[in-house]
Design a protein around this ligand. Structure first.
Ligand code: UDP
Ligand code: MG
Length: 309
């Protein structure tokens, strides 16, 4: 018998807990035929609704259901990490609670693992049902990211992924506090098969990601997997130094030749504004990395558990 761990991060998903269970076990025949045992791990990321209660009810009916409850909302990345730590399976799969990651794809994914792949990942080819502006910025982000980072981050990639124990252990070995899972998957490598599917809309409830949250998340991704912005600061600094040097020579020469008529106030103000703006910008970039380093150095736990069975 093989053990398959299904990890489901949940934040206010009371309506979806049971639906997910039902949908997953529609594959019961497939599990049986391939001698797969299932453990279903719901990670309750500090939900304020009845998510935990729904899971407890399921547990009374089926001992394959497990729950890890956080003391507060720590974010999906923390939930994924907690799930991976708890999972005992030879194979592990990550899925959203809202059924946007259809469990019906599991047999196909499993086929590729059998064929020798270490991990089977999914990406959406369409962003149907998503605001146009959001799709546009998402595209821009992935293009930028792949320019400035050596870690491959695939456009439209979801966290829906089936992995072998070896890959899971590699991910668990990355104990960083600032977790950008999409980058971590790319960073660990291994033979990955990509499956494509059409975007499925969330079954019930609402998305937990506002545009602003996504924007901050993308900055996090950049800082976590690229140091290119620091280079931008260096390049800009160098450019301005060279410019300033040329200006100094020019001004000295002009003063020697033509005397010193006191003019040029507007240009001076422009230069001061521009240069101090660039300085602040570069300081900001530095601050971003410093703050991430600060959080990392504190070595705070990634999540705190309230309930675990
Ligand atoms: N989620 C979580 N913690 C959070 C936000 C989201 O565990 O702070 C879970 C959520 O319950 C869902 C998954 O992450 O199972 C994806 O969230 P959502 O569907 O809101 O994101 P979207 O699909 O719109 O990108
Ligand atoms: Mg969703």
């Amino acid at each position: 018998m093989k053990l398959l761990s299904v990890i489901v991060p949940c934040y206010n998903e009371e309506e979806n807990v049971r639906d997910f269970y039902d949908e997953l076990f529609k594959n019961a025949a497939f599990f049986q035929n391939n001698e797969i045992e299932v453990e279903l791990l719901y990670i309750d990321d500090g939900s304020r609704d009845k998510t935990a209660e729904e899971v407890r009810k399921l547990r009374d009916e089926d001992a394959r259901v497990h729950l890890v409850s956080f003391s507060r909302n720590f974010g999906k990345e923390a939930a994924i990490y907690a799930g991976l730590q708890k999972a005992k399976g030879d194979l592990v799969v990550l899925m959203d609670a809202d059924l946007q990651d259809p469990p019906s794809l599991l047999p196909e994914m499993y086929g590729y693992i059998e064929a020798g792949y270490d991990s089977v990942a999914t990406r959406r080819v369409t962003r149907k049902g998503e605001p146009v502006l959001r799709s546009f910025f998402a595209r821009m982000f992935y293009r930028l990211m792949n320019r400035i980072s050596r870690t491959e981050i695939v456009d439209g990639a979801r966290d829906y992924r089936l992995m072998t124990r070896q890959v899971v252990d590699a991910i668990l070995a990355m104990t960083e506090y600032n977790r950008f899972t999409k980058g971590i998957f790319g960073w660990v490598g291994y033979e990955t098969k990509w499956l494509e599917y059409e975007n499925v809309e969330r079954r019930k409830g609402e998305t937990k990601w506002s545009f602003w949250k996504l924007f901050l998340y993308s900055l996090e991704g950049i800082v976590a997997f690229s140091t290119a912005p620091l280079t931008i600061a260096v390049v800009m600094g160098t450019l301005f130094c060279v410019l300033a040097f040329a200006m100094i020579i020019f001004i000295i020469a002009r003063t020697l030749l033509f005397g010193d008529p006191t003019s040029g106030w507007p240009s001076l103000v422009c230069i001061i504004l521009l240069v101090s703006g660039v300085q602040l910008f570069c300081l900001g970039i530095l601050g971003q990395y410093l703050s991430k380093t600060y959080m990392e150095v504190k070595k705070r736990p990634i999540y705190l558990v309230k309930e675990d069975f």
